[in-house]
Design a protein around this ligand. Structure first.
Ligand code: THU
Length: 160
């Protein structure tokens, strides 16, 4: 038996004002998308903005359903749209912001496990990492250089 240690380097910005200008702009798009969230059940609004090569930005927000599991997270709404509309364009960066209508969200809100798996698929597809920046409604912003820093031991097609 031997032990294997898995670690990741994440960057933590104290506020969004410390982000590079292009990421600040992308985060603003995520925040605007967040306000278009359809989340009458959880009252938890999430916005995602994706920067594609060539400069296009694709946004998405969580879309809930009275049949709860039929809803979809912001990250997958956005990344599936990017994959559907711009299948040949690489995804460079993704910005995420969340807020609740019930309480302040001041801690960075990471993508859920299913969204991490979906993002991983596109990284594998494009053979290039995707930078992911996530925050709550204010406060710190966390940057991951690749989804593999948030989802080690990714399950991909090589196991099939
Ligand atoms: N949600 C997202 O949009 N992204 C995540 O990564 C976590 C959760 C949404 C799903 C649901 O509409 C609400 O937040 C509460 O879970």
């Amino acid at each position: 038996m031997k032990k294997v240690t898995i670690s990741a380097d994440l960057d933590v910005y104290d506020t969004e004002n410390e982000l590079p200008q292009d990421v600040q702009d992308l985060m603003k798009e995520a925040i605007a998308a967040r306000e278009k969230s359809y989340s009458p059940y959880s009252k938890f609004r999430v916005g995602a903005a994706i920067l594609l090569e060539g400069g296009e930005v694709v946004t998405g927000s969580n879309q809930e359903n009275a049949s709860y599991p039929a809803g979809l997270c912001a990250e997958r709404t956005a990344i599936f749209y990017a994959g559907a509309k711009y299948p040949e364009k690489k995804i460079l960066k993704m910005a995420l912001s969340a807020r609740s209508e019930n309480h302040p969200v001041e801690v960075p809100t990471p993508p859920c496990g299913s969204c991490r798996q979906a993002i991983a698929e596109y990284e594998v597809k494009q053979e290039q990492p995707i930078e992911i920046y996530f925050m709550g409604e204010k406060g710190k912003v966390v940057k991951a250089n690749s989804i593999s820093d948030l989802l080690p031991l990714i399950f991909d097609s090589s196991y099939l």
